[in-house]
Write a protein that binds this ligand. Sequence first.
Ligand SMILES: Cc1cc2nc3c(=O)[nH]c(=O)nc-3n(C[C@H](O)[C@H](O)[C@H](O)COP(=O)(O)O)c2cc1C
Length: 459
Amino acid sequence: MTVHSPTTAKHILLNAFDMNSAGHINHGLWTHPRDESHRFNELSYWTDLAKLLEEGLFDGLFIADITGVYDVYQQNIDLTLKESIQLPSHDPSTLVSAMAAVTEHLGFGITVNLSYESPYQFARRFASLDHLTQGRIGWNIVTGYLDSAERLIGQQGLKDHDLRYEQANEFLELCYKFWEGSWENDAVQKDKINRIFSDPSKVHQIQHQGKFYQSQGVFQVAPSIQRTPVLYQAGASARGLAFATQHAEAMFIGADHPDKVKAQVETIRKLIKTQGRDPESIKLFVGISVVTAETDQQAQEKFSEYIRYASPEAGLAHFSSSIGLDLSQFADDEAIPYKQSNSIVSVNNKFKQQRITPQDLKAQHQLGGRYPVFVGSPSHVAEQLIQFLDHTGIDGFNLTRTVTPESHQDFIRLVIPELQQRGRYKTTYTPGSLRHKLFQQGDHLSTLHPVQQFRCTPQ
Ligand SMILES: Cc1cc2nc3c(=O)[nH]c(=O)nc-3n(C[C@H](O)[C@H](O)[C@H](O)COP(=O)(O)O)c2cc1C
């Protein structure tokens, strides 16, 4: 296991991992008496959270999102409704301006499923958010995996998994043209004396005739600080990895064992290189859950108390939709067969490789779901996180909420000082945009990124 000395060791990047809903990953905890996630439809719930995360020097608040509902388990939505399994859930981008107004540094990683967006309208909305947040917006690029979404949107069934990525590739190309190919950096002059708000010679029409999209004209939003929002992605299948390593600047890796994460990190870094990019130009994150208290024993007691409110069955229902297979049809100790589906390929593939029963999945879904859980005293948790990071070569963590806001308060009060003492967590924010904070190389994407071919050059 590699252990860095404090002087050379890298700082751990940290996002809070959340959703604009009561149930997100740790299902059932909305019933805990101290949990406030039922207030997710109140603005003050989010502005308070944003302020708290900034006090804890979090790099970002990452908000997951799903278009559609989980109706695969028992082939209905009864449990989904009763347990609030990401239903109701609201549009995450509506939260950003309010949270940006009460913070100065916190980044916002917002999930948008491009399959149901028009590239133009989407690019305009995110460019506007980049202006209003002063360069703190990121986009988690997802393509969707629910048949229920197709029915809601009025389309003819989920597109083939790999075709979704082909469409995503073209969606991004077109967004790059809007964000980086239409307006030159100094097009906006705001010159009152000469009556020139924007210089016509510096604003260009873009042209796009593709397989999925067509567009022609000037983009309506002048360049924002980052131009392109910071790009997050979680592709894990062969096609998904190719897409992510071509475009992303931050990736999420699913993790059940540190050795597998390490192997995945090595594969990803190699793939980034084959794309002609710097292997370190993508920050790699793993989702985690943490339960901490002053001593190991108190943390274990808190963990036991939390899981009394958990709903492993809700976890199973969520999982059923992730793989597109009704898991209620199997006995608790029956091996779940692999069945090809059009859903999340990388999660589904586990059933080819391992014997997994509904009982195993329920045990895993008490707390943490698909993500590792760390329970212990602040120093114990800090040591485990550092070891995990150093062993696997990832850059940081997406911290799920358990009992909210208590779990983030605990983490900030107890674990962050331990990480800081070990030289593994920042003690102050770097000024500047989200991209600059993450890479220390300015506000814009590097010239090695595919965006480069779509940039307009001064004429
Ligand atoms: C940490 C993490 C967060 C994710 N968040 C979302 C999300 O908010 N919405 C969504 O539709 N998919 C989400 N996904 C699923 C991904 O979009 C993608 O389907 C998955 O990683 C598998 O990719 P694959 O199709 O290449 O196998 C997430 C995946 C991970 C690992």
